[in-house]
Write a protein that binds this ligand. Structure first.
Ligand SMILES: *Cc1c(COP(=O)(O)O)cnc(C)c1O
Length: 213
């Protein structure tokens, strides 16, 4: 299955105007992305560094590339030159490395801090106390734009909603320290509506737009 424009249009209509959509294209071939691009899509989300670099090199330069996966520190340098927004910054080590690589090429990188909201141990991210300890002024080449989180993989909508609520509260709290933050990235194909109701303004949707992986 290739890019489903009708699903995108439905999604766009369902979501309020202030909610932006990242089309998650990981594992999908260039032609599917190009199809979406030709329908006007400009924001694409990718999880793997090598795949992202390859796609960046062969697809139109107007694309805004969102890195949404788990980024290993030693690979930050490969995407820092062109990435639009890094969603999954989940450690101080990674944040410092992005800052260092960005400084080398005098670019300022927009980042979202990933917060561990799910009950499962498997999801990466900061917790609230770790967030409190970050000295943002020591990182001149990163621009913290907000937070990102993934809810538990469950059919329990109440649990998912509660996790998104927690993230939204953390976002509002962080705003006291960083008044300019404006991006709350939460919601995927299965839970974008709940996420939006709980305050998301950036959803990351893959399978609904490109089919199952
Ligand atoms: C794959 C992925 C998505 C998209 O998931 P779908 O269920 O296909 O919409 C969103 N966010 C992250 C972090 C992902 O890894």
């Amino acid at each position: 299955m290739s890019f489903q424009i009708s699903n995108f249009q439905k999604l766009r209509q369902e979501l309020p105007d202030h909610v932006n959509i990242v089309a998650v294209s990981k594992t999908k071939p260039n032609n599917d992305l190009l199809d979406a691009y030709n329908h006007g899509i400009r924001d694409f989300g990718e999880n793997y560094v090598q795949e992202l670099v390859a796609k960046y090199e062969s697809l139109p330069k107007e694309i805004r590339w969102h890195f949404i996966g788990h980024l290993q520190s030693n690979k930050a340098k490969f995407i820092v030159p062109f990435v639009h927004l890094i969603h999954g910054v989940d450690s101080l080590k990674l944040l410092s490395e992005i800052d260092k690589q960005a400084g080398k090429i005098q670019r300022k990188i927009d980042c979202l801090l990933q917060i561990h909201i799910a009950k499962e141990d498997t999801k990466f991210g900061f917790d609230e106390s770790e967030l409190d300890q970050i000295n943002f002024h020591l990182l001149p080449n990163v621009n913290i734009r907000g937070l990102m989180g993934m809810a538990s993989f469950t059919n329990d909508k109440n649990m998912v909603r509660a996790e998104f609520k927690t993230l939204k509260q953390l976002f509002e709290k962080l705003k006291f320290k960083l008044p300019d933050i404006d991006v709350l990235s939460m919601g995927m194909s299965a839970d974008y509506m709940v996420a939006t109701e709980e305050g998301s303004n950036l959803v990351r949707v893959g399978s609904l737009l490109f089919g199952e992986r």
